[in-house]
Design a protein. Structure first.
Lengths: 138, 147
Protein backbone atom coordinates (compact mmCIF):
# COMPACT_ATOMS: atom_id res chain seq x y z
CA UNK A 1 0.00 0.00 0.00
CA UNK A 2 2.91 2.31 0.79
CA UNK A 3 4.10 1.84 -2.76
CA UNK A 4 0.78 3.12 -4.11
CA UNK A 5 1.08 6.29 -2.01
CA UNK A 6 4.71 6.70 -3.09
CA UNK A 7 3.65 6.43 -6.73
CA UNK A 8 0.78 8.90 -6.29
CA UNK A 9 3.13 11.30 -4.49
CA UNK A 10 5.70 11.08 -7.27
CA UNK A 11 3.01 11.71 -9.90
CA UNK A 12 1.75 14.74 -7.97
CA UNK A 13 5.26 16.19 -7.59
CA UNK A 14 5.99 15.62 -11.29
CA UNK A 15 2.74 17.40 -12.17
CA UNK A 16 3.57 20.35 -9.94
CA UNK A 17 7.11 20.67 -11.34
CA UNK A 18 5.79 20.38 -14.89
CA UNK A 19 3.25 23.17 -14.34
CA UNK A 20 5.88 25.35 -12.64
CA UNK A 21 8.33 24.93 -15.51
CA UNK A 22 5.70 25.60 -18.14
CA UNK A 23 4.61 28.78 -16.37
CA UNK A 24 8.18 30.01 -15.93
CA UNK A 25 9.37 29.00 -19.41
CA UNK A 26 10.32 32.09 -21.39
CA UNK A 27 9.44 34.45 -18.55
CA UNK A 28 11.10 37.84 -18.85
CA UNK A 29 12.46 39.52 -15.76
CA UNK A 30 13.51 43.13 -15.94
CA UNK A 31 16.66 44.06 -14.11
CA UNK A 32 17.48 46.96 -11.90
CA UNK A 33 19.31 49.27 -14.27
CA UNK A 34 21.44 50.53 -11.39
CA UNK A 35 23.20 47.13 -11.32
CA UNK A 36 26.91 47.68 -11.75
CA UNK A 37 27.89 46.78 -15.29
CA UNK A 38 31.54 46.68 -14.17
CA UNK A 39 30.78 43.32 -12.50
CA UNK A 40 30.19 41.65 -15.86
CA UNK A 41 32.53 38.65 -16.31
CA UNK A 42 35.14 39.09 -19.05
CA UNK A 43 33.85 36.23 -21.32
CA UNK A 44 30.47 37.98 -21.38
CA UNK A 45 31.88 41.48 -21.82
CA UNK A 46 33.88 40.24 -24.83
CA UNK A 47 30.63 39.34 -26.60
CA UNK A 48 29.04 42.79 -26.38
CA UNK A 49 28.21 44.52 -29.66
CA UNK A 50 26.72 47.95 -30.46
CA UNK A 51 23.01 48.17 -29.64
CA UNK A 52 21.63 45.30 -27.58
CA UNK A 53 23.32 41.89 -27.36
CA UNK A 54 21.36 38.79 -26.41
CA UNK A 55 23.91 36.68 -24.55
CA UNK A 56 22.56 33.14 -24.35
CA UNK A 57 24.14 30.96 -21.67
CA UNK A 58 24.16 27.28 -22.64
CA UNK A 59 25.77 24.01 -21.60
CA UNK A 60 26.73 20.89 -23.53
CA UNK A 61 23.99 18.97 -21.71
CA UNK A 62 21.17 21.41 -22.39
CA UNK A 63 18.73 20.14 -25.02
CA UNK A 64 16.44 23.23 -25.19
CA UNK A 65 19.46 25.52 -25.71
CA UNK A 66 19.40 24.56 -29.38
CA UNK A 67 15.78 25.71 -29.72
CA UNK A 68 16.58 28.96 -27.92
CA UNK A 69 19.50 29.53 -30.30
CA UNK A 70 17.30 29.12 -33.38
CA UNK A 71 14.73 31.62 -32.06
CA UNK A 72 17.25 34.21 -30.87
CA UNK A 73 19.44 34.02 -33.96
CA UNK A 74 16.42 34.51 -36.21
CA UNK A 75 15.19 37.42 -34.07
CA UNK A 76 18.62 39.09 -34.17
CA UNK A 77 18.91 38.60 -37.95
CA UNK A 78 15.58 40.37 -38.50
CA UNK A 79 16.04 43.19 -35.97
CA UNK A 80 18.32 46.19 -36.40
CA UNK A 81 20.58 46.87 -33.44
CA UNK A 82 20.13 43.38 -32.00
CA UNK A 83 22.91 40.78 -31.87
CA UNK A 84 22.85 37.20 -30.62
CA UNK A 85 25.83 35.49 -29.00
CA UNK A 86 26.00 32.12 -27.28
CA UNK A 87 28.33 31.38 -24.37
CA UNK A 88 28.92 27.76 -23.35
CA UNK A 89 29.31 27.80 -19.57
CA UNK A 90 29.73 24.03 -19.14
CA UNK A 91 33.29 24.67 -18.00
CA UNK A 92 32.66 28.20 -16.77
CA UNK A 93 30.41 27.63 -13.72
CA UNK A 94 31.95 30.65 -11.98
CA UNK A 95 30.75 32.92 -14.80
CA UNK A 96 27.23 31.53 -14.46
CA UNK A 97 27.34 31.88 -10.67
CA UNK A 98 28.58 35.48 -10.94
CA UNK A 99 25.60 36.25 -13.16
CA UNK A 100 23.21 34.45 -10.80
CA UNK A 101 22.31 31.91 -13.50
CA UNK A 102 21.35 28.40 -12.32
CA UNK A 103 19.46 27.13 -15.32
CA UNK A 104 20.17 26.95 -19.03
CA UNK A 105 19.20 28.36 -21.38
CA UNK A 106 19.18 31.77 -19.73
CA UNK A 107 19.46 34.79 -21.98
CA UNK A 108 20.70 38.20 -20.86
CA UNK A 109 19.93 41.32 -22.88
CA UNK A 110 22.90 43.65 -22.46
CA UNK A 111 23.58 47.11 -23.83
CA UNK A 112 26.95 47.98 -25.35
CA UNK A 113 28.21 49.32 -22.01
CA UNK A 114 27.26 46.07 -20.27
CA UNK A 115 24.06 47.18 -18.57
CA UNK A 116 21.57 44.34 -18.24
CA UNK A 117 18.10 45.40 -19.35
CA UNK A 118 16.36 42.07 -18.92
CA UNK A 119 16.87 38.32 -18.78
CA UNK A 120 14.84 35.34 -19.96
CA UNK A 121 14.78 31.91 -18.31
CA UNK A 122 14.21 28.93 -20.59
CA UNK A 123 13.33 29.05 -24.28
CA UNK A 124 12.27 32.66 -25.07
CA UNK A 125 8.91 33.56 -26.59
CA UNK A 126 9.79 35.56 -29.66
CA UNK A 127 7.02 38.19 -29.68
CA UNK A 128 7.03 39.04 -25.99
CA UNK A 129 10.84 39.26 -25.99
CA UNK A 130 10.84 41.63 -28.96
CA UNK A 131 8.20 43.81 -27.30
CA UNK A 132 10.23 43.98 -24.09
CA UNK A 133 13.41 44.85 -26.01
CA UNK A 134 11.80 47.54 -28.18
CA UNK A 135 12.45 50.51 -25.82
CA UNK A 136 16.16 49.65 -25.76
CA UNK A 137 16.65 49.27 -29.52
CA UNK A 138 17.79 52.14 -31.79
CA UNK B 1 34.09 7.53 -24.54
CA UNK B 2 32.39 6.91 -27.92
CA UNK B 3 30.29 9.76 -29.22
CA UNK B 4 26.71 8.96 -30.28
CA UNK B 5 25.16 10.55 -33.36
CA UNK B 6 22.17 12.91 -32.92
CA UNK B 7 18.87 11.03 -32.68
CA UNK B 8 15.18 11.41 -33.55
CA UNK B 9 13.91 13.14 -30.36
CA UNK B 10 10.75 11.01 -30.29
CA UNK B 11 12.87 7.91 -29.57
CA UNK B 12 14.10 9.14 -26.17
CA UNK B 13 10.56 10.29 -25.31
CA UNK B 14 9.26 6.76 -25.99
CA UNK B 15 12.12 5.35 -23.95
CA UNK B 16 11.26 7.73 -21.08
CA UNK B 17 7.65 6.48 -21.09
CA UNK B 18 8.89 2.89 -20.83
CA UNK B 19 11.26 3.86 -18.02
CA UNK B 20 8.37 5.57 -16.21
CA UNK B 21 6.34 2.35 -16.39
CA UNK B 22 9.27 0.26 -15.11
CA UNK B 23 9.86 2.64 -12.19
CA UNK B 24 6.12 2.71 -11.37
CA UNK B 25 6.12 -1.11 -11.22
CA UNK B 26 9.13 -0.96 -8.88
CA UNK B 27 7.35 1.51 -6.59
CA UNK B 28 4.18 -0.59 -6.53
CA UNK B 29 5.88 -3.94 -5.96
CA UNK B 30 9.22 -3.12 -4.32
CA UNK B 31 10.80 -5.56 -6.81
CA UNK B 32 14.38 -4.35 -6.43
CA UNK B 33 15.82 -6.75 -9.02
CA UNK B 34 13.84 -4.92 -11.69
CA UNK B 35 15.27 -1.64 -10.42
CA UNK B 36 18.74 -3.18 -10.51
CA UNK B 37 18.20 -4.10 -14.18
CA UNK B 38 17.05 -0.53 -14.89
CA UNK B 39 20.17 0.75 -13.12
CA UNK B 40 22.37 -1.36 -15.41
CA UNK B 41 20.46 -0.04 -18.43
CA UNK B 42 20.93 3.57 -17.29
CA UNK B 43 24.65 2.90 -16.81
CA UNK B 44 25.09 1.35 -20.26
CA UNK B 45 23.36 4.27 -21.96
CA UNK B 46 25.16 6.92 -19.91
CA UNK B 47 28.67 5.51 -19.92
CA UNK B 48 28.89 3.37 -23.08
CA UNK B 49 26.36 4.25 -25.77
CA UNK B 50 22.70 5.14 -26.29
CA UNK B 51 22.63 2.39 -28.91
CA UNK B 52 22.54 -0.15 -26.08
CA UNK B 53 19.07 1.00 -25.05
CA UNK B 54 16.61 -1.77 -26.05
CA UNK B 55 13.70 0.73 -26.05
CA UNK B 56 15.55 2.66 -28.74
CA UNK B 57 15.56 -0.47 -30.90
CA UNK B 58 11.84 -1.06 -30.26
CA UNK B 59 11.17 2.54 -31.32
CA UNK B 60 13.35 2.27 -34.43
CA UNK B 61 11.90 -1.00 -35.71
CA UNK B 62 8.30 -0.98 -34.46
CA UNK B 63 7.25 2.67 -34.15
CA UNK B 64 9.39 4.93 -36.32
CA UNK B 65 8.39 3.28 -39.64
CA UNK B 66 4.69 3.84 -38.77
CA UNK B 67 4.85 7.55 -37.96
CA UNK B 68 5.63 10.68 -39.98
CA UNK B 69 9.38 11.11 -40.53
CA UNK B 70 11.03 14.12 -38.96
CA UNK B 71 14.24 15.91 -39.81
CA UNK B 72 14.53 17.15 -36.25
CA UNK B 73 17.49 15.74 -34.38
CA UNK B 74 18.57 15.94 -30.76
CA UNK B 75 22.19 15.90 -29.63
CA UNK B 76 23.23 12.80 -27.70
CA UNK B 77 25.14 14.58 -24.91
CA UNK B 78 22.06 15.84 -23.01
CA UNK B 79 20.39 12.44 -23.40
CA UNK B 80 23.39 10.63 -21.98
CA UNK B 81 23.64 13.12 -19.15
CA UNK B 82 19.97 12.44 -18.31
CA UNK B 83 20.71 8.71 -18.26
CA UNK B 84 23.56 9.44 -15.85
CA UNK B 85 21.21 11.29 -13.50
CA UNK B 86 18.77 8.37 -13.73
CA UNK B 87 21.62 5.98 -12.94
CA UNK B 88 22.47 7.78 -9.69
CA UNK B 89 18.86 7.72 -8.44
CA UNK B 90 18.29 4.11 -9.54
CA UNK B 91 21.53 2.96 -7.91
CA UNK B 92 20.60 4.59 -4.59
CA UNK B 93 17.10 3.11 -4.91
CA UNK B 94 18.42 -0.39 -5.60
CA UNK B 95 20.81 -0.24 -2.65
CA UNK B 96 17.98 1.04 -0.44
CA UNK B 97 15.56 -1.74 -1.36
CA UNK B 98 18.24 -4.46 -1.33
CA UNK B 99 19.54 -3.53 2.12
CA UNK B 100 16.15 -3.16 3.75
CA UNK B 101 16.14 0.66 3.70
CA UNK B 102 12.83 0.59 1.88
CA UNK B 103 12.01 4.27 2.47
CA UNK B 104 15.31 5.31 0.88
CA UNK B 105 14.59 2.95 -2.01
CA UNK B 106 11.14 4.43 -2.55
CA UNK B 107 12.28 8.05 -2.33
CA UNK B 108 15.16 7.53 -4.78
CA UNK B 109 12.93 5.56 -7.16
CA UNK B 110 10.31 8.30 -6.83
CA UNK B 111 12.85 10.96 -7.87
CA UNK B 112 13.89 8.84 -10.87
CA UNK B 113 10.22 8.41 -11.82
CA UNK B 114 9.56 12.16 -11.56
CA UNK B 115 12.50 12.88 -13.87
CA UNK B 116 11.49 10.16 -16.35
CA UNK B 117 7.85 11.27 -16.41
CA UNK B 118 8.73 14.95 -16.97
CA UNK B 119 11.01 13.88 -19.81
CA UNK B 120 8.34 11.63 -21.34
CA UNK B 121 5.37 13.96 -21.01
CA UNK B 122 6.96 17.37 -21.56
CA UNK B 123 10.37 16.64 -23.09
CA UNK B 124 11.76 18.34 -20.01
CA UNK B 125 15.18 17.17 -18.80
CA UNK B 126 15.46 18.53 -15.27
CA UNK B 127 19.05 17.41 -14.77
CA UNK B 128 20.15 18.93 -18.08
CA UNK B 129 18.62 22.35 -17.42
CA UNK B 130 19.87 22.30 -13.85
CA UNK B 131 23.37 21.15 -14.76
CA UNK B 132 24.91 24.35 -13.36
CA UNK B 133 23.08 23.82 -10.06
CA UNK B 134 24.12 20.16 -9.92
CA UNK B 135 27.69 21.09 -10.66
CA UNK B 136 27.73 23.67 -7.90
CA UNK B 137 26.54 21.21 -5.26
CA UNK B 138 28.07 18.02 -6.69
CA UNK B 139 31.35 18.99 -8.38
CA UNK B 140 32.11 15.30 -9.02
CA UNK B 141 29.37 15.37 -11.66
CA UNK B 142 31.26 17.94 -13.69
CA UNK B 143 31.53 16.81 -17.29
CA UNK B 144 30.77 13.14 -16.54
CA UNK B 145 31.41 12.18 -20.13
CA UNK B 146 33.70 14.61 -21.86
CA UNK B 147 33.75 13.81 -25.54
Amino acid sequence: MTGVWALLGALAVAGAIGVLFKVREGRISRRDSSADSMDLPVPVRDLLAPGVTLVQLSTTFCAPCRHAKVILRDLADRTDGLTHAELDVTDLPDVAAQLGVMRTPTTLALTADGTEVLRVGGVPKRDSLLAALQPHLP
Amino acid sequence: MPKDAPVDPRGPRFSAWMTTVVLAVVLLTGWWRLLAAQTVLFAMCAFISLKLNPWGHVYRYAIQPRITPTTEREEAAPLRFAQGVGFVFALVGTLGYATGLTTLGMVATGFALIAALLNAALGLCLGCEMYLLLRRYAPALARPQSQ
